[in-house]
Design a protein around this ligand. Structure first.
Ligand SMILES: CCCCC/C=C\C/C=C\CCC/C=C/C(=O)SCCNC(=O)CCNC(=O)[C@H](O)C(C)(C)COP(=O)(O)OP(=O)(O)OC[C@H]1O[C@@H](n2cnc3c(N)ncnc32)[C@H](O)[C@@H]1OP(=O)(O)O
Length: 303
């Protein structure tokens, strides 16, 4: 993908931005003309499809927020509500997360939710992002990601909250926390989720470079656990789920909690300051300009 190439160049968008961005304070509604016509998915169709196999005790949650499953406020609200229902249903012991969109698992946080929005709206959005992470990372259910497409930034975060990650073996797909490439910063709980997944040193390199990995590279560093041909991703996830569900729930759940609790507690105790940090950071002029340029680049590479 052309964009992946751009992400990997040292003299990419970020250095361009550092040369061009003026310093400034808060911004309101700096929407550039091209964005006013930016196609949005305002459909009221369900953004999550849940197929529950009662016999197996497993649900498949299919993300269907076209075109790229970006994590908008509406999407996150619907996702959290669907996950909560499954969590409360004792007959559901496992969830497979996958995408109904071609080539993309999730494009990450919806950039339009962070661009030209009021501080109040940004705060509401960030609370929903936190909620998604908290619900997934602390779930008692076994959650397996069937990553059937690219999964940058928030999409990678979502995948990393799962207990096991199976990715389609397609070199055109990529996964990673590429926030710095947008001129933004992965917050501490994104960082800690990655440290818990691939270790400190790999995370240090990955986050500073905003690195996106091919499936093979992701497998090498342990960002995903298994690669399979795309048409085998759901059968492999189902087989893997059977293995995980063979372990007594209470023992597995206590172990999972023991591994994840320190990170969860840290966000729980800092939720409000984390929202304030996000709002004050994202509404700054240079950050808004950086996001605007990134959106323009996304748009331009299509033409
Ligand atoms: C003291 C300091 C403290 C600092 C810390 C404090 C706070 C932290 C601050 C900020 C944290 C923010 C964390 C952010 C996390 C994120 O997730 S940001 C999102 C990052 N996502 C990306 O970079 C992905 C960009 N997209 C792509 O690379 C590609 O779209 C693709 C996913 C690979 C799919 O490619 P393709 O199939 O070719 O599709 P198109 O590129 O043509 O896209 C179709 C349309 O979708 C639009 N789009 C794509 N991604 C997004 C997105 N994430 N949000 C919104 N819209 C998106 C794209 O522009 C196309 O639109 P049009 O059809 O042109 O209208």
């Amino acid at each position: 993908m052309a964009l992946r190439g751009a992400f990997r160049t040292r003299c990419g968008l970020l250095s361009l931005l550092s040369q061009r961005l003026p310093h400034g304070n808060h911004v309101r509604g700096c929407v550039s003309p091209f964005l006013s016509t930016h196609r949005r998915n305002n459909s009221t169709a369900p953004k999550i499809k849940v197929d529950f196999d009662q016999t197996a005790g497993v649900s498949i949650m299919t993300l269907q927020n076209p075109p790229v499953n970006s994590l908008s406020l509406d999407f996150l609200t619907e996702f959290c509500s669907a996950l909560e229902k499954l969590e409360m249903d004792k007959s559901c012991r496992g969830v497979i997360l996958t995408s109904g969109q071609p080539k993309v698992f999730s494009a990450g946080l919806d950039i339009m939710e962070m661009y030209g929005k009021s501080p109040e709206r940004c705060g509401e959005f960030w609370r929903a992002v936190q909620e998604m992470w908290l619900k997934l990372y602390s779930s008692n259910m076994v959650i397996i990601a069937a990553i059937n497409g690219s999964s940058p930034a928030g999409g990678c975060l979502m995948s990393m909250t799962c207990d096991y990650r199976i990715m389609a073996d397609n070199p055109r797909y990529s996964i990673g926390l590429n926030e710095t490439q947008l001129g933004i910063v992965a917050p501490f709980w994104f960082k800690e989720t990655m440290v818990n997944t691939v270790g400190h040193r790999t995370t240090e390199i990955a986050l500073q470079l905003g690195q996106l990995y091919s499936p093979t590279e992701a497998l090498d560093i342990g960002l995903v656990d298994k690669l399979v041909p795309e048409d085998q991703i759901i059968t492999t996830a189902t087989q893997t789920m059977t293995k995980w569900l063979a372990v007594p729930d209470h023992a597995r759940q206590i172990t999972k909690s023991m591994m994840r609790k320190p990170t969860i507690d840290k966000l729980m105790s800092k939720r409000e300051p984390d929202i304030q940090n996000f709002v004050s950071f994202i509404t700054k002029d240079p950050i808004q300009k950086s996001l605007g340029l990134y959106l323009a680049m996304l748009k331009k590479r299509k033409s």
